[in-house]
Design a protein around this ligand. Structure first.
Ligand code: WQD
Length: 341
């Protein structure tokens, strides 16, 4: 049985990946500082798989604590999600983002070197491409300087890993997510942002739940088919599946380079208005919205060419947007019900 350390494993994508790992027969150890999630996620993962992962509430910025964990725990591979990820907040608090996202990564890599762990999967983001010149975006598309410190920590993280694996001959895969959406079919885990959501889908589900009166659409003057910005919305369960396939690739020594990159998206670009319509149709709910100015730092268009992941990881997105809109709404209702009890 292989033991996999999942940092940020109680987060949105992390929790779905832990479920997929356990169902694929891996033993999972979660570390999470609970800064952007809730301990109830651990129980809900256990309810889904009937296997309670080991859990340690650890701040990865503390090298001593990280070292002790690696000393005490058998680890065959690592999937590193733990990072702050609010684009707007990163602009206001850059040093908090650089310290947390980069020092946390460096401490994990240092422990990998010391305890001879060879396989590392990094949670990266399509943000590293900035506004790409051509669509769809493939892994050879030149990276552009990200607007916000959040995106810069992802690009810097990839560079740090690249230098680390070159120096140590360890093996790593960076997965560049487009826009994660949806929830587990059980409605036990899903996207549960603290405070007012930055991302579109949780804001839509909270508007549907009556938490917000109306959705603000950030700009309808883009050069797109309806004037609103285009993104690639990929179901979180498909993302989780990609992590298991990437881990299998490393553990089976099938990787072709010390560091490989894969775009994870649906390959479909949807405008904000099309997402609203998709949610309304899937759930038979009207979403009130108003057009506002563009949001600083937003790009106009991004959607993925995922053929490299399809070929090398034997992965493809299988969940359609309508299903993701349904599971997102079902999860929002289940969270509210919990709150209502
Ligand atoms: C999507 C579209 C907004 C909210 C970010 C990160 C990226 C990834 C996904 C981690 C944009 C519009 C949004 C709202 C709106 N994170 N919008 N009203 O900015 O594409 O990507 O989250 O992996 O790294 O950068 O996602 O959901 O914030 O925005 O009109 O209330 O919806 O302008 O066009 P984004 P988002």
């Amino acid at each position: 049985m292989k033991n996999i350390l999942v940092t940020g494993g109680l987060g949105y994508i992390g929790a779905h990946t832990v479920v997929a790992l356990q169902q694929a027969g891996y033993e999972v150890v979660i570390v999470d500082d609970l800064s952007n999630t809730h301990i109830s996620v651990l129980d809900n993962i256990t309810k889904i798989t009937n296997i309670k992962p080991e859990f340690y509430p650890i701040d990865l910025k503390n090298l001593e604590v990280v070292d002790q964990l690696f000393k005490d725990t058998k680890i065959d591979g690592i999937i590193h999600f733990a990072a702050y990820k609010a684009v707007g907040e990163s602009v206001e608090k850059p040093l908090m983002y650089y310290r947390n996202n980069l020092l946390g990564l460096i401490n994990i890599l240092e422990a990998m070197g010391k305890y001879n762990i060879d396989y590392f999967i990094f949670s990266s983001s399509c943000t590293v491409y900035g506004q790409a010149d051509e669509m769809p975006i493939n892994e050879q598309t030149p990276l552009k300087r990200a607007e916000a410190p959040y995106g810069k920590t992802k690009a810097m993280g990839e560079e740090i890993i690249s230098d680390f694996v070159s120096a140590t001959d360890k093996k790593s895969i960076a997965l560049r997510y487009f826009n994660p959406v949806g929830a587990h079919k059980s409605s036990l885990i899903g996207e549960m942002p603290n405070g007012i959501p930055n991302n579109l889908i949780p804001y839509i589900t909270q508007t549907a739940a009556g938490i917000h009166k109306t959705l603000k659409v950030f700009g309808n003057d883009y050069d797109t088919r309806d004037g609103t910005a285009i993104r690639d919305y990929i179901d979180v369960n498909d993302l989780a599946d990609a992590h298991v396939k990437a881990l299998n690739r490393l553990l089976n020594k099938e990787n072709k380079n010390n560091l490989e990159f894969f775009n994870l998206g649906s390959g479909i670009g949807s405008t904000v208005l099309e997402i609203i319509q998709s949610f309304e149709k899937a759930n038979n709910i009207k979403i009130p919205y108003e057009i506002r100015n563009r949001r600083a730092g937003d790009i106009q268009e991004a959607y993925a060419n995922y053929s490299s992941a399809e070929r090398e990881l034997n992965w493809k997105p299988v969940t359609n947007l309508e299903t993701s809109m349904k599971t997102a709404w079902e999860f929002e209702q289940s969270v509210n019900n919990i709150l209502r009890k």
